[in-house]
Design a protein around this ligand. Sequence first.
Ligand code: WT7
Length: 638
Amino acid sequence: MDQSGTVDSLLQEERVFRPLPQLVIEANVNPQELEAAHKFARMDSLGYWEEAADELDWFKKWDQVLDDKDAPFYRWFPGARCNIVYNALDRHIETANKNKLALIWEGEPGDQRKYTYFELYREVNRFANALRSLGIRKGDRVVIYMPPLPETIVAMLAAAKIGAIHSVVFAGFSAKALRQRINDAQAKLLITADGFYRNGQIVNLKETADEALVGACADCVDSMVVVRRCNLSVDMMDGRDFQYEDLVRQERNEAPTEVMDADDPLFLMYTSGTTGKPKGIVHSHAGYMVGVNRTLTTVFDIKPTDIFWCTADPGWVTGHSAGVYGPLMAGTTSVMYEGHPNYPQADRLWSIVAKYGVTTFYTAPTMIRMLMRFGAQYPKQHDLSSLRLLGSVGEPISPEAWTWLYKNIGRSECPVLDTWWQTETGMFMIAPMPISLLKPGSVTKPLPGVECDVVDRDGNPVPPGKGGLLVVTKPWPAMMTGYWNDDEAFKECWEKIPGVYYAGDVAKKDEDGYFWIQGRADDVINIAGHRIGSAELEAAFGMHRAVSECAVIGVPDKIKGEAAKAFIQINDDFDPDDDLIKDLKRTIRNELGPVAVIKSIEFRDKLPKTRSGKIMRRVLKAEESGHEIGDLTGLEED
Ligand code: WT7
């Protein structure tokens, strides 16, 4: 890449990075083709997505591309029959991909496992048979509470293969948070591991899983499957708990793939919103597979020789679309790493890139900021010349972090592809391709077939350079098909600003039509790229006897992007001392898990409230930032 403009320019946003000619020549989608795709999609977006659907295999093709009669309950590819696992695995067994590596996995202690497509296919079949023999059927919910292990992928694919609906719960969530998700999904089966390695320690997961099942709803989870990872001796409840290895050993290598209707659910992913309870976002087989396949292969320009590494945990949507389903559908080789990025020291990720010859490295700004802090001497010790593309997701990336990644990891040659999307969108929405002109900090433009805008509260587009609300103005195939058991909340996403999907982000567009995401417009805090609702944290604090009233807001954090700060009014018989602070933090850990980090707690005699008694987080936010209220964009919700 060469660069027009000056490096030291104060107005960093004005720098434009151009791709190296070689990248453009070799790209799957060249600039003319991209222009043509945009033009085609603008004229006939359904035609564009139909063409994308034709790249995949179907048991029966659709009667219609999109049925919008019951909007916002859009139905993509109605009448079609398919299974995403057929596209992710089964079909590769008939091709040259059969003996290609599907997965390279590395454990934190340094152990490795590799699976070809054929091996993964067989392992999935054996576990699919095991699931069937445990009584799991089409439509049943299976919760997967696992660290990044090959079996996590196997469990997801095996569940989907037999038509069950999986819901992966990040291993950093507490027993309570897990129980809440199990209950909401009315899950029949829980899959977990004895433990996993994290930062040199063993985390015992089975214990937490057991704790979650105590008091879980009576008619859910009648069995639990436990993968052996750390050789821990764990309590196994007779008749309820099964060792994964014992189950698969006796199963056959072949298993029929369930024929699914287009909008049969594939997975639930619980995510935080503005209410006190996370919601189960539903993604379905057909639309999700079409949207993810098209966007992943074009944005990351996937080639047969690639080694693709998405560092996201499978417990998040990034781990689903870019860690499991997307790369497998594309027939590429993925890397998965179990442990902490700084274990045993700050070059672990770079050693993995060098060892396996990673070509595409997709991560989050919080990771980059953390690695930046350790300095460029760590990447310098490794041969990173295999890299050709870098990617970022989860939160706004500062031009500083962008440039660090570009220079120190990407040799000032690899484009940094900043992708905007959400659990709700399932697929990349606003993102460049390797051929795009890049501006550090901008997610560039909506992909072909995706239409977004920046509008005011009434839905009127705002002029370039002005902040507004990010909306998606047309349905897209990988859109969530609903919230689990909550149609009203789903409708709200489309009714807040009538007729368009309200993403909950503040953004602006520049003169060139490039989008710049500025952060959340609602009370969702983005801690290290993970969403957590103010209301959820407040409810968790409320479980402590000392708390009378409480408000939680997001405050800037150098590494995590945002962190949570709590303002608490305590009951009279408690002392606002360090012990109480420790105890309150412990409560949050118990309620939600280590994923919910509280940066600071401030005791107040009184919290600012509206006349109707609602706590005004916005006032606290303004105080913290030193801005006038409403000075930020004026668009934040109360
Ligand atoms: C929220 C969605 C699927 C991505 C992982 C997070 C923020 C996401 C970007 C980006 C700026 C971003 C938004 C969005 N976000 N990508 N490239 N630049 N902000 O998924 O947990 O559903 O969170 O993450 O605020 O609304 P998620």
